[in-house]
Design a protein. Sequence first.
Length: 746
Amino acid sequence: MRLSFCFFLSLSLIVISCKPTFQEPQISLEDYKVEEGFELEMVASEPLLTAPVAIDFDSKGRIWVAEMAGFMLNLEGDGEDSPSGAIKILEDRDNDGIMDHAKTFLDSLVMPRALALVYGGLLYAESPNLWFVEIEDDKPVNKVLVDSLYATVGNPEHQPNGLMMNLDNWIYNAKSNFRYQRREGVWYKEPTTSRGQWGISHDNFGRLYYNNNSTQLLGDHILPNRLVRNKYFVPRKGVDETLTKDNRVYPLHAASVNRGYEEGVLDQDSLLVNVTAACGPLVYRGGMFPADYDQNVFVCVPEANLIKRNILSFYGDRVEAKQAWQGKEFLASTDEGFRPVNLSNGPDGNMYVVDMHRGVIQHYAFLSPYLKKVSAEKKLDTILNYGRILRVRTKDKPARDIPDLETLSASRLLVLLKDSNGWIRDRAQQYLIHKKDKGVLPELKKLAVDNNSPLAQLHALYVLKGLNALSFDFLQELAQTGGPEATSHAIVLMEEYASEKNVPEAKVLFAELLKRNEPMLDLYLSTTLGIWANYDQEVFFPFIYDLSSKYKDNTIVQEAILSGSEGVLPALKLQLEQMDDLKNTDLDVLAAASLERQEKNRPNYIYSTQVARADSRTNGAILFRQICASCHSSSGEGIHGLAPPLVGSEYISTHLEQLGLIILHGLKGPLNIKGELYDENHQMPGLKYNKNLTDKDISDIISYVTNAFSVNPKGLKPEKIKELRDVNSKDGMEYTEKELYEQIGK
């Protein structure tokens, strides 16, 4: 899709005049096909915005947008470090549903990547910093540095982003192992599971969903941080799980993709077969789509110019997903400039699509010669200075009024906790906490135990948590009378009141809950029993034995037990060894591994404050953190489902030339590393074409990783790196494991 010269001229005249209000452009959407029963509308477009990557809505329905205008201005990636980014406020002043006014809130930003309206201000990410500013008359005031190490300088495809407030009042991110919260004006940062690559979302229960380039939907079967409280345990199930192995895509045309030269990437019609740049997942919670769309997960596939739909199924102790259709997508286009990179639930209940609308979205560090050539031939690199936000709405369904939550009283906000739109419920929850109106506490408590409003129950519960108005007795009452979801959250929140005093009541309650025989309740009891056992092992160890035996084939339950048991692990392990029916079970084996890690002081990498034997001042360490750690983790232990471990890898300890080949030319699956299979969808692109990396830089990376992650520090001289640049694989692209083994014999 291209605009006429006259339209370009008119836009140029508008920009030159520097007016903040624009005549709404008429942009055709004929190249776009949306599922029957839905309508696609253009909400905002150039010249109001350029290269949007993230949005949020304020209480007035205005759109706040982060513009990453400096990304891939040409095929060489020049200008990436220039302060060309901005955060803008888009308004619809004539109330026709289309944005017609833009106001710059912050400018001169370098690659801003995420934003969230929270705590009466704006939280935003500008690498490497995470900032918070209060808002007065649409202007930033009282700027606070929340985290100076939020996103290390480096490849923007692998830096933290997302900034999503979850049900539990914590702000979570993609591509990060930290979460954030502000209490009484003080910012808190805690370790959490490392999740995804670009974009993050949550369901009504508070579980998190994300993805990476080659896996369209990942997620957690369990609430955040329930499996990572034992610092010396790394869960392998329950979090960071592939929810569907179906990564097929059904594009409308032969789009240009980075590895289109590889066998199996394209079909006989040159159509992409599986996702290669999946991002921006969204759990739809708007309440305006048909009922069977509730809590579906939509996924952006910008390389193929489409958006997927996945249907979730909930089974208490796990979540599963499947594609809604085979052979078609929810939204697809033949416009190769259409680059959906993020999705959002709106205050009107509709779904909003952030279209970066840029010809080249593959970062130059990983841009293959193939795609570089194709992009030049198609002139994709000339699709610049665009940016759009689209709205997907149900056809023939009238628009709903959007309440200005900021002006509502606490009593009015409390009613909105029952709203059908999850965006409204989420914001009402946060405004209630922000207002600190204790006058509504009786009504909040009444709502929290009202089983007729199961969604409102959860929101009310976490408003009470945010107002420090919970108690053990109240949570006990809720657990006794609530449904599985409300009771599960009560079990989680009750941990704060674990004490010797409350042991007798907890014992009775847990025994009652186990009798319900609910997989969800059993799972969350598994996570908490070890915590309570710190105060009475004789009472709570038998519960652990019962659940471990009952779910002997359920690894998530075994890991849940271990996660809460760090404080009693030696005693628990001793008891397990003396019980014939539990000896050598998963729980016994996991306990032994956790104790071994504790003895060697090898915590889960999310708790690591420094990398073993690493000199953070060396060039190799800096480059490793910038380029490699986002996939292999800062500790080199890998990230489950994404990248294999470096610690103990034979490529690190013995075969340095093969390591050099991997770093230079890349590596593609299937791979078998330390007994774990990484399939053909896992690929590491080579750094050979990264113009900013010299032979000395790659030599430094090798010196660092062999020193940090093996017992046999070695290195390759820059001269050898230069020589290996010309040692190509058979097809001239990424190496396979078989080809690397063949190289060893040469």
